[in-house]
Every structure is written in C-alpha cells, then in structure tokens.
Design a protein around this ligand. Structure first.
Ligand code: AMP
Length: 574
C-alpha cells in the first residue's frame, strides 16, 4: 500500500494516489484503501457528490445502482466520522432489502478498513438476538431496512439521538415497498443538526416530498446527462446478459466462448478485476493480456504491441488505461461491468464498429443494474437487446459450427496429401469414423470437452425497458397478467413463466406489499425484482413468483414467520 513518499513529514501527503480522488478532498487513509481496491478514478456521481457531502451539505442525488453511489456517500461519511468525537451509532443508512443491507454494509466496511469503523447490517428475517447484542456493544454505522430499524427504535435498542449522518439509499424502492411511513417515523427521531443524503434512481413527486420534509437546502445532483448528439451514437449491435453476481465470471467466459471473439476489448472497473479476469480467461486457454494504470509504460507498450500484432486476442483493460491508447478496431467490446455512466459506455463501445465494419458490444450486468441499462438506451438512442446467457448446449453447438467452418476452410485451401496417407494407414477403420475421431481431437484441443455448467437465468423486468424481451428459455409468454399489482408499480407482465402463491395472511393482520416482498426476498434469498404482482385480501394474499422458484419459496416461507406469525403457503388454485 502506498502512503506517499514523505511519510516523516508532519502533514500527511497524498502524492502517489489517484489525482482524481485527491482532488475531491479525500484523505490518505481512504485514498490508500481506494488504491488497494484498484479504483483508478472517481465515477461521475462520486465526482459530484463527494465534495458537498464532505462539506456537510445535505444532498438529493439521482443515481441508480452501478453508478458507484455507495462509495459516493460512504467515503465522505467515513471521513467525516473519523474527524468527529465517537458516538454510537453515528451514522444510519436505510436501504430497501436485506440483500442491499448486506451488500452496502460490506461496502462501507471495505471502504472504512483503514479507519477501523464498525458496521452492522440490520434487517428483517434475521434473528433479532444477535442484532440486539451487537447494537448493545455499540457500532459506528448501522445499515438497516426500515421495518427492522423501526422495530429496534421502538424496543429502545437503536438510539438515534446522536446520529450525525443519515443516508436513504434507493429511496424510490423503499417507497414502492410501502416504507414511506416507517421512513418518516425513523427520521423524526433523529437530530435536526444531522446531515442527510437521499439517493434514488428516479425523483418522482413523492420522493421530492420526503426530501422537502427531511433535507435542508440540499445540493441536487443527477448523473443522467443530456443525450449524445445525433450521429455520435455508435452503430454497433448491442447485447446484454443479466446474471447474478456469483455467476458473473462464468457468464463472461461463456459469452466470450460463444462469441468467438478474436480481437476484443474486455472492460473492467478496477485493476483487481482486470487481473482476475485476465487470469480466468488465460486459464481457459484464451490469449488474454491485462492493461491498467498500475503497470509501467514499458509493460503497457509491450501488451499493446502484442495486441496489435494479433498475438493477443483479448485485451482486458480499465477505462483509464484504455483512454490514452491507440487501440485498433476490435471485433467486440465486452463490458464485464456496466460502466458507471452512459458517457463511458459510449466511449468504450466506440472502439468497435468503426469505418463501416461490423461491431458488437456485449455487456454483463447485475440484476440490480437494469435501470442503468435503460439510461444507456435513452442516452445512445439505440436498443440494447437483453438475451439469455447461452446454455451449455448452445456453447457445444457453436463449437461444432466453428470446427465445421474450420474444416471446410482447410478442405478448400490446403494440400492434404500427407494427411490422406495417414487416413490410409488407419484403413482398418471406416473413413467416417476416422474423420469423426480427428474432429473429436480438434474439439478437445480447443477446450470443447471442458466440464461446463448452465448459468441460472434471471427474470428481466419488462417495464424497465418498455417492451417485451424474449427469453428463449421462457418464450411461451404465459405470464400472469390477470392480477392487479399492489404497491409494485415497476412490475409488469413478464416473459418468465409465473406461478401464483397463496399466503395465509392478509389485510386483517396489517400486511403490506413490502412485508411480503421482504419476507420472500429475504427468506428465499431471491432478488426482489423477481417478484411479480401482489394482491392483498382480507385474510390471505396472492403473490406472483417465477414458476422455477415457487417450490423453493413455498418451502422456506412455510418455515418462516411473517410479521411474527407462521403462515401457510401453497400454490394458489382459483
Ligand atoms: P454501486 O453503484 O455503489 O453499487 O457500485 C457499483 C460497483 O462499482 C461496485 O462494484 C464498486 O466496487 C464499483 N466502483 C465504485 N466506484 C468505483 C470507482 N471509482 N472505480 C471503479 N469501480 C468503482
């Protein structure tokens, strides 16, 4: 880890760190952490949000997941807390789901590593005992879902009288889940002098109303900039694959194998990812090389020469490293991460499809980043087609196609006499058998016999894109359109086959859509985006879920409690 050259001087120096982050006013411990994480420069939301937050301003930020907004609020929060007298808890971050509470909690912990800040995620569906103990021992930052936070406040186990910073993350989603009143109830119990930051992917009037009630003269920032000027949007075939985090690397490998990319740029966000991805692709037999800001000029020149000479097929790069490079036309630009802004996306994909040639841009993205994809579509005025991750069968078929094409090429071009003699020496076997065995060897040499596993499909939010998106594995269109979605306005009809679940608890027990979404998402550990329409009746509720997940959900919900009660859960029959 670098700490700047003059560690003896009284004033901590920040030379040697990313100038972009230094310019925002971040100090050495955080800069050192960012360096270790391999962040080369701030994302647009970080550039705009960090200085006013460091100055103590309230902030209303329009930013979706994937823009780097967690660091945008966590870094200034950590720096400010490090300068203040320690009270516990001194910061509260509210998020809509358990999955986000864990994710944001981990991120805050990671960014605060050098500052030894303690972080506790607090969410429903988790036993309350350990949370009580941890809160009693004292933590600096609590990352909580609103329902559970309120629960603790009412028990007196979460005291907010001394909280200095409150962040509302994904505020629109918290409202969609029916948490508006809970948010108000939580915020009125916090000091007037606190700093508040509210982030939301959209800023409809009800978000504005919350901001009006709880933020003081906030700075407003939005990172969706004006559309690209006509003519500058590249003409490239754009596709995207939506895949859960744990399967991202496998999906990248699959997509590259199927695309048959022979000169491709693979973009990652951080140096660490560049190194990991390069190692993974090399391990699978690709000729891949890394290029990032942590390498010397000499190293970078060598890598570029090999790429230009066609010795390397895949160049794995960060945006910063790629920026100054004279990169030749490539067949594919592959985004291992959706870039943090539409501008960067356009810049990346401008490396392919030049001079009238065909180009393809492929993006792997997390289910939570679908909104950012829509921003990119609006920005580029071009369609990004979401496709299912190729299956193992697709991959095998593609490999055979490629072998066939290669064999046909050799049959056309090359003298084969020496090999014909070899076929004769094998004349104890029918020629077709010999040919098949030779092809098998060829496929094996190309990695075609490697063990592969199918990567789970993720349902696509149709309404995010305003048009149906076909998923080849669920293309019969038998979605449920009949029920009225309550409190889930983002959920439209989808191409994934849905099943209806009966849940034996309803309005009578004070159930709200957020309770059901929370219980299903948290207990069954599925993304809340996958949940469809919800109907709440007097004594029961009906929730649409993807058929493929129905039995798993029935099983875990049957063992769980919703609002403190055990409930019966089964498939709904009309
Ligand atoms: P978020 O929008 O906060 O969910 O962040 C999305 C991803 O971007 C996370 O994986 C972060 O680790 C990563 N990230 C955030 N800021 C930067 C940055 N300045 N450079 C590279 N990666 C970043």
């Amino acid at each position: 880890m670098k700490h700047g050259p003059s560690s003896e001087s009284a004033v901590p120096t920040v030379t040697g760190f990313s100038p972009g982050f230094v310019a925002l006013g971040l100090e050495a411990p955080l800069l050192a952490t960012l360096e270790t994480l391999g962040y080369e420069e701030p994302t647009p939301i970080q550039r705009e949000a960090i200085p006013p937050l460091l100055a103590g301003r309230d902030l209303l930020g329009q930013a979706a997941t994937g823009t780097g907004k967690t660091a945008a609020f966590a870094l200034p929060m950590l720096q400010r807390l490090s300068h203040a007298a320690r009270v516990r808890p001194s910061a509260l971050v509210l998020v809509p789901t358990r999955e986000l509470a864990i994710q944001v909690g981990e991120a805050v912990q990671r960014y605060g590593k050098e500052l030894q800040v303690s972080v506790l995620p607090v969410y429903g569906g988790q036993a309350i005992g350990p949370q009580l103990h941890a809160l009693k021992r004292g933590v600096d930052v609590v990352v909580a879902t609103p329902g559970r936070a309120l629960d603790h406040i009412r028990r007196g186990t979460l005291k907010l009288q001394e909280v200095r910073i409150v962040v509302l993350d994904e505020a629109d989603e918290m409202l969609d889940m029916g948490f508006a009143e809970d948010l108000d109830a939580i915020l009125v119990g916090t000091p007037k002098t606190k700093q508040t930051a509210l982030f939301s992917a959209t800023i409809p009037p009800r978000i504005r109303a919350i901001a009006h009630r709880h933020l003081q003269s906030p700075i407003e920032i939005t990172i969706a900039k004006e559309p690209v000027k006509a003519g500058t949007a590249p003409r490239v075939q754009q596709t995207a694959y939506i895949v859960a985090r744990p399967h991202r690397a496998a999906a990248l490998a699959r997509v590259i194998d199927v695309a048959g990319a022979n000169s491709a740029l693979v973009f990652c966000r951080t140096r660490l990812e560049v190194d990991e991805v390069t190692a993974m692709l090399t391990g699978r037999g690709h000729r891949a090389e890394a290029i990032h800001g942590g390498m010397s000029q000499g190293q970078r020149d060598r890598v570029m020469q090999a790429f230009k000479a066609g010795q390397t097929e895949l160049l794995v790069a960060t945006d910063v490293a790629a920026r100054g490079l004279d990169i030749p036309q490539v067949s594919h630009v592959i985004n291992y991460d959706l870039p943090s802004s539409a501008e960067i996306y356009v810049h990346r994909i401008g490396r392919t499809g030049r001079a009238g040639r065909e180009g393809a841009a492929i993006t792997i993205l997390d289910p939570r980043e679908q909104r950012l994809l829509r921003t990119i579509e609006q920005h580029t005025k071009a369609r990004v087609t979401v496709l299912p991750i190729p299956s193992v069968a697709d991959l095998r078929a593609k490999q055979l196609d490629r072998v066939q094409a290669a064999v046909e090429q050799v049959l056309r071009d090359a003298p084969l006499d020496a090999f014909k003699q070899l076929v004769e020496r094998l004349s104890a076997h029918p020629p077709a058998e010999v040919a098949a065995a030779a092809l098998k060897l060829l496929v094996r040499a190309q990695g075609g016999e490697r063990q592969e596993q199918d990567i789970p499909a993720i349902p696509v939010r149709q309404s995010e894109f305003g048009r149906p998106i076909r998923d080849a594995r669920h293309s019969d269109g038998r979605g449920h359109g009949g029920s009225s979605g309550v409190g889930r306005p983002q959920q439209g009809k989808r191409t994934v086959e849905m099943a209806r679940l009966y849940i034996g608890v309803g309005r009578e027990a004070g159930i709200r859509p957020g309770d059901l979404v929370g219980a299903i998402a948290n207990e069954a550990r599925i993304n809340s985006n996958a949940i469809g329409a919800i109907e709440i009746e007097h004594r029961f509720s009906i929730v649409d879920v993807p058929t493929s997940m129905a039995s798993g959900i029935i099983e875990v919900l049957g063992r769980a409690r919703i609002k403190g009660r055990r409930v019966s859960v089964r498939l709904f029959r009309e």
